[in-house]
Design a binder for this molecule. Structure first.
Ligand code: IMP
Length: 198
């Protein structure tokens, strides 16, 4: 198997870009979408896997580079898996996560009064690598936890200030980024693809 020495990280999300570039071995030459003038494709898939494939194959075809894209999100049991694949879209056109988080608090309150005592959630990440010859590989990672009833911490991005992983008291937003990145859904998905790299 030819090991990957050069790759495009197919995301316009700065938080994801930072995490993925830190997970890749130092020797790998990384390209970002900033080098190209390409808008993201419509995420028309019904699953994380379909959407990560749509992004990786689209950016690879446009740039002729091997591309790695992730599709990820938060699934909350009391909300029947919402926001799920719509995690990004809940933040609106301006990517305002105060909006998305307040929407979650409002919906949780509508399910039961003491929702914070009984809730479970998980972050899911599906990573697809797409090669210009049409080959692809996808892997999935998950971390279980619960939703905090207040926002805590300024680290990370997206829903990090309200997600408390199992076995910890802090939200991802309060955790040092090194710790988050060594246990989270993206890291777990990455464990299954690092065999492709030098
Ligand atoms: P998409 O994969 O581009 O559709 O966006 C996934 C969305 O899920 C992101 O915009 C974040 O809001 C959220 N998300 C995914 N992974 C994480 C994470 O590690 N921390 C916080 N939010 C995340």
């Amino acid at each position: 198997m030819n090991k990957i020495k050069e790759i495009l990280i197919g995301t316009n999300n700065k938080g994801k870009y930072r995490e993925i570039s830190n997970l890749l071995p130092n020797k790998v030459k990384i390209h970002s979408l900033n080098e190209f003038n390409i808008l993201s494709p419509k995420e028309t898939g019904k699953t994380f896997k379909e959407n990560s494939f749509i992004k990786a194959s689209y950016f690879s075809r446009k740039t002729k580079l091997i591309c790695l894209s992730d599709d990820s999100g938060l699934e909350i049991d009391l909300l029947k898996g919402e926001p799920g694949i719509y995690s990004s879209r809940w933040s609106g056109k301006k990517n305002d996560f105060n909006l998305a988080i307040n929407k979650i608090f409002k919906k949780m309150k509508n399910t039961k009064k003491n929702w914070e005592s009984f809730n479970s959630a998980r972050f899911i990440c599906c990573i697809t690598i797409f090669w210009p010859n049409g080959k692809s590989f996808s892997s999935k990672g998950m971390i279980k936890g619960k939703i905090s009833n207040v926002k805590k911490g300024k680290n990370g991005f997206g829903y990090d200030p309200i997600f408390i992983p199992h076995g910890y008291d802090q939200t991802f937003g309060e955790m040092k980024s090194k710790l988050k990145m060594s246990i989270d859904h993206r890291f777990k998905a990455f464990l299954k693809i690092n065999k492709f790299f030098i």
